[in-house]
Design a protein. Structure first.
Length: 278
């Protein structure tokens, strides 16, 4: 029965992808593992609708108890999100919270702008809070906790120094430079203005001439000396050191700190995420 229902959910997602984005904006909770009651599922749908209206970002909840290879949760989440045509902006920005009951694994999938908001450390913090709820069997509470965490991270903004890394190659894809605050910018402008004024004043004083005429004895005050220089090459020494890889999160989808690890998506572009067992 559950196998048929899960197959039906996948068929529904494929159907939505063929019908276009208008139909794909309806359901956001796909409970293939039967973890939620009808009232809990309806409440989650209402909360997600409020989340979308407040943030402009998408949020999807998917559960499954079907056999699958552990460690492939990011692929399942990516295919589900892409084929479901989820996302509310041009970058399809959003989050998919995936509960894999077969492997007892939770995964937070990020796409678009949400990759930058949900860094590895933020994903670890969010899944750490929901892990105890999952262990207690409070699955709807875990989904609500993740949604509230994401809402808070959106309010906090993208972390300073955030960057994206390719999970497979370790290559840095983007890096966000620190932006000056208004106070810092004002101080810099004042220092620059003071330094410029001091320089102009010094130059004026150095070249100020007294009297109406001035005669400069060029021959007595100038000296020209030509020197030769030869550089002899002796040897060179090159030292190489391997750049350490940034630590990966427990879900293989994100880096700790200000980094967001990404995979290449089945639909093109990149997606991020991370998670762990419960």
């Amino acid at each position: 029965m559950r196998t048929k229902r899960w197959a039906g959910l996948l068929a529904l997602v494929l159907l939505l992808s063929l019908c276009g984005g208008a139909l794909a904006t309806a359901a956001r909770v796909y409970d293939g593992a039967d973890l939620f009651t009808a009232s809990e599922e309806a409440a989650l749908e209402e909360e997600i609708a409020r989340f979308q209206e407040e943030t402009g970002m998408d949020f999807v909840v998917v559960t499954s108890d079907e056999p699958q290879e552990d460690g492939e949760q990011y692929r399942v989440a990516d295919e589900f999100y892409i084929h479901g045509n989820f996302g509310l902006d041009s970058e399809d920005s959003g989050v998919l919270y995936y509960i894999d009951m077969y492997n007892r694994y939770q995964y937070i999938y990020t796409r678009g702008q949400m990759i930058d908001y949900l860094t590895g450390s933020r994903i670890d913090a969010a899944t750490g809070d929901s892990q105890s709820l999952l262990a207690q069997g409070d699955y709807v509470g875990a989904a609500e906790e993740i949604m509230e965490r994401v809402r808070g991270y959106l309010r906090d903004g993208i972390p300073e120094g955030q960057y994206r890394y390719d999970i497979l190659t370790g290559e840095m894809l983007t890096a966000r430079k620190k932006a000056l605050t208004t106070a810092e910018a004002a101080v810099c402008a004042a220092v620059a203005a003071a330094a410029g004024l001091a320089f102009v004043t010094l130059v004026k004083r150095s070249y100020r001439l007294k009297g109406s005429t001035y005669s400069y004895n060029f021959r007595e005050n100038c000296d020209l000396t030509i020197t030769g220089r030869v550089d002899d090459y002796i040897r060179t020494t090159t030292t190489q050191a391997r750049k350490p890889d940034p630590p990966r999160s427990s879900g293989g989808g994100g880096y700790h700190g200000g980094g967001s690890g990404v995979h290449t998506s089945v639909g093109g572009g990149h997606h991020g995420g991370g998670g762990g067992h419960f």
